[in-house]
Design a protein around this ligand. Structure first.
Ligand code: PXL
Length: 277
């Protein structure tokens, strides 16, 4: 039985259904051994809450790495999400070098912005630094906003295919070869994901639900990474992740008290069905 081991590095937002509290169960559901490094511990995610706690765990990252190197612990894939600081971005580069098995897939979700804005606490220097990490990854998963911040490209709410292709080219110029660009929407009723691998571009278009939910980028990136490691191609993994994320949003709609993350747990059986397990 093919049993893959992935390391994911992102924060623990104790409440809010994002980052590690989403990545760990989703990757496990995909049948992948999931190892974590928490980059920080927050009481909630930063969007939509005030006065949240934030404990930076940067100092632990090199120590955990050193221990694992000594123990010979290594990975088939390393997937990073929300990181707390530029310092941590540089630490991830070191993890890539020290903890990769041969053919390790390095996946970076530059989780730092959405809807034309950087998340609380991030600035352009952080985005520039994230672009350098992305250039060292095998696969990057930015949304349109993140792609714009990493390239200096103008952010647009409404755009056409020519704009998106130029944005892809700008990412390539920054050294990103294989790109999964999320939230690519050419009409109000639809959205989709553009998958560029080895110079080949494919677009998966699906229904758009016009509500903004937190953590859906993390749900998508986790399901994508899990599906990829379970043997899907990049395009098929993007399709699985898109359909699963859509179902999570649908399962959350209509609950006025649930305005933070999505009810991703309720759609885990659907994810397993999509994976064909
Ligand atoms: O879902 C992305 C995310 C992860 N972690 C923290 C966040 C956010 C988005 O706001 O604040 C702490």
């Amino acid at each position: 039985m093919d049993y893959k081991r992935i390391l994911t590095v992102q924060d623990i937002s104790c409440f809010g259904q994002c980052s590690l509290t989403v990545a760990l169960p989703i990757l496990s559901a995909c049948g992948v051994e999931t190892v974590i490094i928490p980059s920080a511990v927050l009481s909630t995610h930063t969007g939509g809450f005030t006065d949240f706690t934030f404990r930076d765990l940067s100092d632990d990252i090199p120590k955990i790495k050193d221990h694992w190197v000594k123990e010979g612990i290594d990975f088939d894939a390393i997937y990073t999400g929300y990181l707390g600081s530029e310092k941590q971005i540089n630490m991830i580069k070191d993890l890539f070098n020290s903890l990769s098995r041969p053919n390790c897939i390095k996946i970076v979700d530059p989780a730092m912005a959405d809807n034309g804005k950087l998340y609380y606490g991030f600035d352009q220097a952080y985005a520039d630094s994230m672009a350098t990490l992305c250039s060292e990854a095998d696969l990057v998963l930015p949304n349109i906003t993140e792609a714009c911040f990493m390239t200096g490209f103008e952010y647009k709410e409404v755009y056409d295919e020519e704009y998106v292709l130029s944005l892809l080219k700008a990412l390539e110029d920054k050294g990103m070869e294989n790109i999964i660009l999320t939230g690519v929407s050419y009409s109000p009723e639809t959205t989709g994901v553009l998958v560029k691998t080895k110079g080949n571009i494919q677009y998966y278009c699906h229904k758009r639900i016009p509500v903004g939910s937190h953590g859906t980028g993390d749900v998508f990136a986790s399901a994508f990474s899990g599906a990829l490691l379970s043997g899907k191609t990049e395009f098929d993994a993007a399709k699985v992740a898109a359909e699963y994320t859509l179902r999570c949003i649908e399962n959350t709609q209509g609950d006025e008290n649930h305005r933070y993350g999505v009810k991703f747990e309720t759609a885990i059986p659907y994810l397993i069905e999509l994976l064909g397990k």
